[in-house]
Unconditional design. Structure first.
Lengths: 92, 201, 263
């Protein structure tokens, strides 16, 4: 493989501490459909960048931005534009 | 409630050099909103566009390097609170680009756009007066991929998210519109001396 | 006015809601030296809700002037243990790890939030076989899984492939030896990448396709694969599993960031 390793990329699971404060459910196991290419990934498996500024979660297949979360002073700012559908399994 | 024995090695820096809420680092942290773009210099261009995305002027890599260059040594301030003093850059100033294009800026704002899709907005007034360059060297060597190779915008008097990596051009806008981080709650202008990190600061 | 009928499905089933996860002040009960650069912290966490193996916590340190630094650490202890144990590697020029794996002493307190993350988890009720691959300190969440597995009588077959720089840098080595000696269904293979002791008969290189072919659970047995460590390590091991034809959906990864990244 000659593709250089993207050392800055983490897994979406590493943003769980931030995301769990916003969503009422375990979002890292939710299945998110990419609005760009249609691939369905667990949020925990998305590509995570820029954790120091918030979280930018991208589709692992096409790199489209799916979720952006930031915490500007006094609020949460959530962008789910890149997620067409998010599906959460009901609990027993 | 302080943690006993925790005293991070951060320094306050020389008086007057470090904006509020910042601390000085000696390394050069890297932050990116996406995968590192891999550019082909043979097809790389830097473009000035009007608000309809019509091209006003373009330079190839060789043409950019042939323009008179500027070198400066500046302090840089990241909104994530690190500040790095005395960083040395070389590139082509915005003023020089406009001279080479033979025109005045057609609008008071720009959106910088980049490989990988990143954008950030700036007032033209903050690019003029030799305050901003399209940088292609850091510390005497070409930029590395994670630091923006082949070229990044450098606007050191604003928070460093405005110094867009992998920059490919500037689109002039009559009205200020938010770029990537600005859309997500970061400040439209970003003056570190007034601690303008977030919208509303 | 007619009553509006609410969708039956939405009222009939339950969302797996999360309890709010607050910052808690925790106390260090004991510090265990694992290797020269790695220490485990045994913590008393008040009102700890319990966790699943593979989850992590956020740790927050506050300096005298109010400056705060936060990092995430995988939980090393199994859910069956009352104390929460973190294993921390001291990173050169790190900010938080020199404190946790250096300065900290029993009795010290800091803040912790967790448990966090539901994606990179494993519990003994899941089917096997289990294939774990660790690079350096990537062993921590996988060790929580193995410790949890050891608490159960009915154990799925499990294999660990563990890459370390040298024999002395292998984290948890004595305990892994003990777990293997007590369990016919557990295999551990160590590969060393920098320094090899005399007489070493194990692999001595980075994990690659051939090593997986020789030592990992074969694809046709449909293993559940967990890979953890520095980002370049995780990428190359995941690619190697894909090259061998493993189902991408069966592979879970936890990238720790760049090698020697900011700790």
């Amino acid at each position: 493989m000659t593709v250089p390793v993207d050392e800055l990329r983490l897994d979406g699971n590493a943003a769980a501490g931030l995301l769990d404060q916003i969503f009422a459910f375990e979002v890292t196991s939710a299945a998110a459909t990419c609005d760009g290419c249609g691939k369905i990934s667990a949020v925990g498996a998305l590509m995570l960048y820029a954790r120091a500024m918030g979280a930018v979660l991208r589709c692992p297949a096409c790199a489209q931005v799916m979720i952006v979360v930031t915490a500007p002073r006094g609020s949460w700012c959530i962008d789910l534009r890149g997620v067409r559908i998010m599906q959460i399994a009901a609990t027993a | 409630m302080a943690t006993r024995g925790f005293s991070p090695k951060r320094s306050g820096g020389p008086p007057g050099r470090v904006p509020p809420g910042q601390h000085v680092v000696t390394d050069f942290p890297v932050l990116s909103a996406g995968p590192t773009p891999r550019s082909q210099l043979a097809t790389w261009t830097f473009t000035l566009e009007d608000e309809q995305s019509h091209e006003l002027h373009r330079w190839s890599w060789q043409e950019l390097l042939a323009l008179p260059s500027t070198e400066f040594t500046v302090d840089i301030h990241c909104v994530t609170t690190w500040t790095k003093l005395g960083t040395r850059w070389k590139g082509v100033s915005f003023d020089q680009l406009m001279r080479a294009a033979g025109r005045e800026p057609p609008a008071p704002y720009v959106m910088a756009f980049c490989d990988g899709g990143y954008t950030t907005n700036l007032p033209v007034a903050d690019l003029r007066g030799e305050r901003a360059i399209v940088a292609y060297e850091y510390d005497g060597a070409p930029l590395t991929p994670e630091h923006g190779f082949p070229a990044r915008l450098l606007v050191p008097h604003l928070y460093f998210w405005k110094s867009a990596k992998w920059v490919r051009g500037l689109r002039f806008m009559p009205v200020d519109h938010p770029g990537f981080w600005e859309t997500h709650g970061y400040h439209m202008y970003g003056d570190p001396w007034r601690e303008q990190r977030y919208d509303g600061d | 006015m007619m009553a509006t009928k609410v969708t039956d499905a939405a009222t009939a089933q339950r969302l797996p809601t999360l309890p709010r996860i607050p910052w808690r002040e925790v106390e260090i009960l004991e510090i265990v030296t694992e290797t020269e650069r790695v220490r485990s912290l045994v913590l008393r966490v008040p009102d700890w809700p319990g966790h699943v193996a593979g989850q992590h916590v956020d740790v927050r340190l506050t300096a005298e002037d109010g400056y705060r630094a936060e990092r995430s650490y995988s939980i090393a202890s199994p859910p069956e243990r009352a104390e929460v144990v973190l294993t921390v590697e001291r990173v050169e020029d790190g900010e938080v790890s020199p404190y946790l794996a250096g300065e900290a002493r029993p009795g010290d307190r800091f803040e912790l939030r967790g448990p966090i993350g539901s994606y990179f988890t494993w519990s003994a009720s899941l089917p096997g076989p289990l294939q774990l691959v660790a690079g350096g300190s990537g062993i921590v969440p996988l060790m929580a899984m193995l410790r949890h597995r050891a608490q159960h009588c009915h154990r799925v077959p499990a294999r660990l492939l563990f890459s370390s720089r040298s024999l002395d840098s292998i984290i948890y080595r004595p305990e892994l030896e003990r777990l293997v000696s007590e369990d016919a269904e557990l295999d551990v293979v160590h590969t060393l990448t920098r320094e090899v002791p005399p007489g070493w008969s194990g692999p001595q290189r980075r994990v690659d396709v051939d090593m997986l072919r020789d030592h990992a659970v074969p694809r046709h047995q449909r293993p559940h694969i967990y890979i953890c460590g520095p980002t370049p390590f995780v990428e190359s091991v995941a690619d190697a599993f894909l090259t061998l034809g493993n189902d991408p959906a069966a592979i879970r990864t936890e990238r720790f960031g760049p090698t020697g990244g900011k700790g």
